[in-house]
Design a protein around this ligand. Structure first.
Ligand code: AGP
Length: 573
């Protein structure tokens, strides 16, 4: 995680301006932030980015960093930028240096005085008293792990940039050049970008850029300028939080997606579907909510007669069944989740073709794929995936429908709108559940991944211990935890008789059953779901779960859009 931004401008600007661009990347981490320029100014602060903490100083070169801590606690000292002993070099780093202990030990023996507990500080000391360009190859061979690093040297009018593993992109703006973890940092200023490839090093000035492959830093390499289009995230407007704003955007995002899948993305959809058809084995790889969407995709494909599996990205290494008859489908909102990227690297190494479903265009996952679909949800700011999860599920249903699965897309918008109209009822339930420590969510079939997704939302945003379960598994152990008053949410689509038995079983043991229901079961205790089939039920009940989570978190006064310890884009392993 962490976000980095560097400005190299022709005219002087206030350091605050570069920190404002950094603020656009705050979803990558928000426990501390800092900035440095090439005049020796270094500032670090604990907490979310606060522009008013940045002094009114002008510069032409600045680097900035917003942190999600990996090594070393959340302290001012551990915040970036880090400097060398002379104070002439300042660096910001996104990633993890896996062998930093050995390097630090060696440097300490050589007399370097470290000030922080981070893995990153070693980078600044490594470049002390060195010509940066000449030392770059050694840096790449000595430092293991992942890094996107920006470095400034006192009195030099340039930024040095290094990339391995972690994302890094250059934006070519009218004012000069901007380096950043992703295009969103500068998409308000320019739509021209140059993406770094692995093991590339660059020297960036206000007037230009020179890229080198680390295998040869004597000959510059040609880089292609990409002109991108990216819808700006609208302002919060009337909403108190992005989470609720983004939930309310679902009808628009869903309709836009369906139009684009049948319109401008049609050739891409056909390509991906052909890849699936030609494969003997389909493996989805994803993390968190995207993994839950993948689990739903597996079920849709099964209904179309196609066997698929979903594997959690961080566990992918142990998945051995990859050969030329396999197609992998990477699912990622950000397209920058390191676990997914790592898994993709392994998959590519075996010569297996990859299709991907991403939200952020030009992301690493997209660029690593042989074919991709854009889920087109627009920017999502809240850490919780809401509209993007729904659009992932819709895309899964759409792909499966091209293979024979019948999803009721015609009713989709109506089902979504009706789920949103349940807000008042959901608020009442949220008020009842506000002080609960544990909540169970039961679902079967397509509703099982939805149950897990609702549980994930409750954990990350409402800080409730929640467990999303296969309803049938309940009696094999978890039933022992049900006592008088235990809240159990049951996902009850029309034709599922067995979920009714599960609800009765927990009720008999005193549970408080809250049904999300299309079958009329206990509907006055729960929320009515207007759904016409499995896909629309899954989508509508997931939305109800999102709204419920939102209001529980509101009731508890929690920092909804930026929950503790988390970041939206998880760019470390
Ligand atoms: C969802 O609410 C989470 N914040 C998280 O699980 C997320 O889905 C996961 O980190 C994967 O992110 P990605 O889709 O960007 O790869």
């Amino acid at each position: 995680m962490c976000g980095i931004v560097g400005f190299a401008f022709r005219d002087s600007f206030e350091i605050k301006d570069s920190v404002k661009a950094l603020k656009r990347l705050e979803y990558r981490g928000y426990d501390s932030f800092g900035y440095a320029d090439n005049n020796g100014v270094v500032g670090k602060h604990v907490g979310e980015i606060a522009i008013d903490k940045v002094p009114a100083l002008n510069t032409k070169i600045a680097i900035t960093h917003t942190r999600w801590s990996t090594h070393g606690g959340v302290t001012e000292m551990n915040a970036h930028p880090h400097t060398d002993c002379s104070g002439k070099i300042a660096i910001v780093h996104n990633g993890i240096i896996s062998n930093y202990r050995e390097i630090r030990e060696e440097m300490e023996k050589a007399g370097h005085a470290f000030k922080s507990q981070t893995d990153s500080e070693a980078i600044a000391h490594f470049f002390e008293n060195k010509n940066i360009k000449d030392a770059a190859p050694e840096f790449f061979s000595k430092f293991q792990g992942e890094f996107a690093v920006l470095l400034v040297k006192k009195a030099e009018e340039k930024i040095y940039a290094f990339k391995r593993g972690s994302p890094l992109v250059l934006g070519i703006a009218p004012e000069g050049n901007i380096l950043a973890s992703d295009i969103y940092a500068f998409s308000d200023r320019t739509n021209r970008a140059v993406f770094f490839n692995e093991d590339e090093f660059a020297e960036i000035t206000s007037e230009g850029f020179t890229f080198y492959s680390i295998t040869d830093t004597t000959i510059p390499i040609e880089k292609e300028i990409t002109v991108f289009s990216w819808k700006e995230g609208e302002e919060l407007g009337e909403y108190p939080h992005y989470m609720i704003k983004e939930i309310k955007e679902i009808p628009r995002a869903a309709s836009r997606l369906l139009l684009s899948l049948g319109g401008e993305q049609k050739p891409a959809v056909e390509k991906v579907v052909r890849m699936l058809k030609d494969a003997k084995r389909v493996i989805f790889v994803a993390s968190g909510s995207s993994y839950h969407a993948a689990l739903i995709g597996v079920q849709f494909l099964a209904r179309a007669g196609m066997e698929a599996r979903a594997v959690v990205a961080s566990e992918f290494r142990s998945f051995m069944l990859l050969d030329e008859n396999t197609v992998a489908v990477a699912v990622s909102q950000s397209g920058e989740t390191m676990d997914v990227i790592e898994a993709m690297r392994g998959i590519k190494a075996k010569g297996v073709k990859i299709a991907s479903l991403v939200n952020v265009p030009y992301s690493t996952v997209q660029r690593m794929s042989n074919a991709h679909l854009n889920i087109g949800a627009g920017q999502e700011v809240c850490v919780a995936a809401t509209k993007t999860f729904i659009n992932q599920v819709i895309t899964m249903a759409y792909m499966a429908s091209m293979l024979g699965y019948r999803a009721d897309f015609a009713s989709l918008n109506d089902c979504i709108t009706k789920a949103l109209l349940q807000e008042e009822r959901i608020k009442e339930i949220a008020a009842e559940l506000k002080d609960e420590r544990d909540i169970y969510i039961l679902g079967r079939g397509v509703c099982y991944p939805v149950a897990r997704e609702i549980a994930l939302k409750l954990k990350e945003i409402a800080y409730v211990h929640a467990e999303g379960m296969m309803a049938g598994e309940l009696k094999h152990g978890t039933l022992a935890l049900i006592e008088k008053g235990t809240p159990v949410i049951c996902l009850m689509p029309k034709n599922d008789k067995d979920i009714v038995s599960s609800a009765e079983e927990v009720k008999a043991r005193g549970a408080k059953v809250i049904s999300f229901t299309s079958n009329g079961y206990d509907s006055e205790e729960g929320v009515k779901i207007n759904a016409t089939d499995a896909a629309t039920f899954a989508i509508a009940s997931a939305i109800v779960g999102q709204i419920l989570t939102y209001y529980i978190a509101m009731g508890k006064g929690l920092p909804i859009d930026k929950p503790r310890n988390l970041a939206k884009s998880v760019t470390v392993k």
